[in-house]
Design a protein around this ligand. Sequence first.
Ligand SMILES: [Zn+2]
Length: 146
Amino acid sequence: MKEYPTKTQVLTEPRPNFKRGLMDLVSEWKKEFYGGWEQEFEETQMLGLAVLSLRICALYNVGLVDVTIGEVDSFSPKEQHIYLTKPSVITMLHELAHHLFGPDELQACRWSVWIYQLRFRNDYNKLVWDQHRIVRPSSRKAKQSK
Ligand SMILES: [Zn+2]
């Protein structure tokens, strides 16, 4: 069983050191893609997440990754591929963090959760912590992410 960080470890200050331009990039993406997000088709949401991932990869100057629906939320370094069980901004950011920074769960959790709480505050406030994950209250028994 993989070791996951606790809520306290993830949220402890100081916030992660984000690359310059990242927060503006996320804000721009939100304006373009996130209005009416809940009503979008899954295909449109996945397209939006793919755009977000490639813009962040470009900012961090790393190779691009594919983002598609898969059976388990995961990042495959071998395939350079992020699999998501459903379109989810925070899960995509988490898996993308593994592409950017490697397998360290604390780093991946901190980077993705901090972006999410800083830039998707309304959504973040609707989620609840379920051990190391933050999820919608209705999906507490959802599959474990890697
Ligand atoms: Zn992870």
